[in-house]
Design a protein around this ligand. Structure first.
Ligand code: AMP
Length: 135
């Protein structure tokens, strides 16, 4: 069972932004930049390109909405998108609020306190639930 399945099952905590029937979004605990978020399908599929087209497109649609919420809350130039999966073999889309290319390299990390993570997740959650229903 992947660490993300344990999060989905509520066995380990996360700084949750939102979830629906099929997907969950939570803050990365070792962020490249403030607001670095992971969008994860609840089904434990290791490799993104093993998803069928419908699942893949739904994951991207979900990730887009999370990105729209993130960009309202976190000052940045863009929300960078990456899929890596070398550490956790459970598909996830990294959404990273970036102002510099170096923030996409996964070499540079920012430190955040538990309080900061909680506060940020709550703000992005509020922005997410306030999004218009279609974009
Ligand atoms: P990768 O599989 O290479 O895309 O990297 C996995 C990402 O998951 C890394 O950015 C980790 O910091 C992040 N990560 C690992 N465990 C957790 C966790 N329990 N909660 C949030 N993020 C995590």
């Amino acid at each position: 069972m992947s660490i993300f399945t344990k999060i989905i099952n509520g066995e380990i905590p996360c700084y949750k932004i939102c979830e629906d029937k099929d997907f969950i979004a939570f803050l990365d605990i070792n962020p490249n930049a403030k607001g670095h978020t992971l969008c994860v399908p609840k089904e434990e599929i290791s490799y993104i390109f093993d998803m069928d087209d419908a699942q893949y497109l739904k994951l991207m649609q979900f990730s887009k909405r999370v990105a729209l919420a993130l960009q309202q809350v976190v000052p940045c130039k863009r929300i960078g998108v990456a899929v890596v999966g070398l550490e956790v073999p459970h598909t996830h889309v990294h959404l990273i609020p970036i102002s510099e290319m170096s923030e996409m390299t996964f070499q540079q990390k920012v430190q955040m306190t538990d309080e900061e993570f909680k506060e940020l997740a709550a703000k992005v959650h509020q922005a997410f639930i306030a999004l218009p229903s279609a974009n």
